[in-house]
Design a protein. Sequence first.
Length: 97
Amino acid sequence: MANIGPLKRELEKQRVILFTQHFKIVGDVHLPPGGRLTDFLNRFVGETDRAPFVAVTDAQCYSLRDNVMVLRTEYMAIHKREIGIAIPFSQAVELTG
């Protein structure tokens, strides 16, 4: 384990699908070891959350209107209030008609 300093901590990468009102975002969030996505998102308590944004890396953003990729970026920050649905990628099942 590398020495990462007193202000940094090791995080585990988890691939997720996040839905906002207009977009589906597929990317990686970085959680404390053994942490759960719901616990991370539920840290928001009123207006006192010191981390209201979720950092997403290696992200692809798709329009919900037509499922076309509109953005690909190495980093984006999404406000927790904008996330309506969050799914671990490993648990997602895409249905085709």
